[in-house]
Design a protein around this ligand. Sequence first.
Ligand SMILES: [Zn+2]
Length: 201
Amino acid sequence: MSLPSIDKLSASLRLLPGVGSKSSERMAYEILKFTPDQLNNLITSLQSVRDNISICPHCGAYMENNICSYCSDSTRSKETLLVLASYKDALSFERINNMHYSYHILNGVISPSKGISASDLKLNMLYDRIGEGYKEVILALNPDIDGETTSLYLEKILSTKFPEIKISRLAYGLPMGGNLIYVDELTLTRALENRKVVKGE
Ligand SMILES: [Zn+2]
C-alpha cells in the first residue's frame, strides 16, 4: 500500500546530498514517529529557513533577517578579500581567521561537467566588491578541477580589470580533489599563510 504523503516527503529528503531512495524512505518513516512537538519544531525550523535566510547582495554570504554578520562587522579587513565558493568555506576560514579578512562568496564555481559557466556566477558583484579598494584578492577555492578552472579564469580576468591589485592563491599542500570544509585548521592556516602570489608584488 502506498502512502502518498510519505512518498512526497521521501522525494524531498532525497534531494539532500548522499541520501538515496532507501535512506530517504527510512528517514520519512522515522519522522512519522516524531511526537507532535518534534514535528512542529521541524516544520517551524524549515519555515524559518525559508522565510528568514537570504543571500547578502553585497558579499554573497547567507544572512538572517537581512542582517549580514560579515558586512555589519566593522573590524573586517578593507585590504584583503578572500574569494570563496561557498558559505561553508567561510565558516572553515572563520575558525582560523585571526586577521579578520573580508570574504566574497561566489555561491558556485565554473564547472564545464555540470554546465556551469562564468556567466552563471554573479561576477559583477565580485568586481564591484574589489572596486571598493581592496589591495589583495586571495582566490581560496577548493583544490579540485572546478576550483582550479575557476581560479585560472578569475586570475586572468582580474589581472586585466584590476591591474593594480595583488592576486594570490592558497599554497599547495592541500589535498588535490579535496574540499576546504574538511581540511584541518593547521593545514588551512599554512595554506593561507604561505599563499602564492600569482600577480603583483
Ligand atoms: Zn554581506
